[in-house]
Design a protein around this ligand. Sequence first.
Ligand SMILES: [Zn+2]
Length: 116
Amino acid sequence: MSGCELCVPADVIAENPLAYARYDSNPLCPGHVIVVPKRHVADFFEMTAAEQAALAPRQRGPKPAADRDQALQIARLTRDNDRLKNRLDKALFVIEVQKKVAALLGHPIDDSGETT
Ligand SMILES: [Zn+2]
């Protein structure tokens, strides 16, 4: 059916003669996959028995794209962590400088931040 996003298979990650699987273009969570019959139908009950059977999983296999999403998330979190560690190091340096300046000015600061 023209104008039907699902009737134009894209980003296919698995298929059989009657159905294909793809990542959801509007996922509720990363890695969400949808399984779509290759023939345009209004709902599950409009499919033939063969089409319904074609949607069922046959075997479990590797999930390369899900692994890829997870790897991308790990890389992003690692970058965030490195950036935050760097900012923490800078902040700790500034605090040490402030303590030394305060001590030089005769108002030492203890580790709780209180002047002594
Ligand atoms: Zn369709």
